[in-house]
Write a protein that binds this ligand. Structure first.
Ligand SMILES: CC(C)(COP(=O)(O)OP(=O)(O)OC[C@H]1O[C@@H](n2cnc3c(N)ncnc32)[C@H](O)[C@@H]1OP(=O)(O)O)[C@@H](O)C(=O)NCCC(=O)NCCS
Length: 179
């Protein structure tokens, strides 16, 4: 299992090509090169990469809008899915937001109504659905669920983040026991 060997780094412009490779594998509609160039250059954007054996296997991030952080994307390469990569990445992203800026009070995102695994990932952290954007996805007109996480400044939230991290490693250890 790879969870214990994953390292997280902020993504930079130099990571453009590998980010696009992961994006193209993970999404039916990957972002254009022009969009990624902008996203990786702007100072109000924060993107974190998950690296395993020096290879990018996942990423996630978004932008700061006033007191909120808007997650625009998160993905794990297909063959590394369901091993806790996105959980650890989201945990690292949220922790870095809390550590960097006490002014960020909420995190929001849109997720496809049919994307059960992503919604389950977000719910683990306390994201709650607050509304629907009808026909949000232009390619097929699917609705987006709007989710918000508001409990960032609560004292117990850091404990929750640690518990989420521990649960990934606990799962790895249980699954690692030879039968
Ligand atoms: C959504 C995505 C990022 C999850 O990445 P991942 O590394 O596999 O996620 P994790 O292994 O950390 O699992 C996180 C949670 O997702 C859910 N999940 C993961 N795989 C699942 C599956 N096959 N079926 C149902 N739920 C699943 C579980 O709730 C899991 O938590 P648990 O293991 O504690 O039960 C990944 O599936 C992906 O890249 N999808 C394509 C891109 C995408 O849809 N991104 C989201 C945009 S809003």
């Amino acid at each position: 299992m790879i969870a214990e060997q994953i390292k997280f780094h902020y993504l930079e412009y130099k990571d453009l090509d590998v980010v696009m490779t992961v994006d193209e594998e993970a999404f039916l509609e990957p972002w254009s090169k022009t969009l990624w160039e902008k996203e990786l250059s702007r100072p109000d954007r924060i993107y974190l990469g998950a690296f395993y054996e020096h290879r990018l296997i996942g990423f996630g991030g978004g932008l700061i809008i006033e007191k909120d952080f808007h997650i625009t994307t998160i993905a794990t390469l297909n063959r590394f899915r369901d091993q806790g990569v996105a959980t650890l990445l989201l945990r690292a992203l949220i922790k870095s937001l809390i550590d960097q800026s006490e002014t960020i009070t909420g995190i929001t995102l849109e997720v496809r109504a049919s994307n059960d695994s992503a919604q389950a990932l977000y719910r683990k952290f306390g994201f709650a659905p607050v509304g629907i954007r009808r026909g949000y996805y232009q390619s097929d007109g699917e609705d987006a669920i709007i989710m918000w996480l508001r409990e960032l400044s609560e004292k117990t939230f850091k404990t929750k983040l640690n518990e989420i991290e521990n649960s990934v490693f606990a799962k790895v250890q249980i699954e690692g026991i030879p039968t």
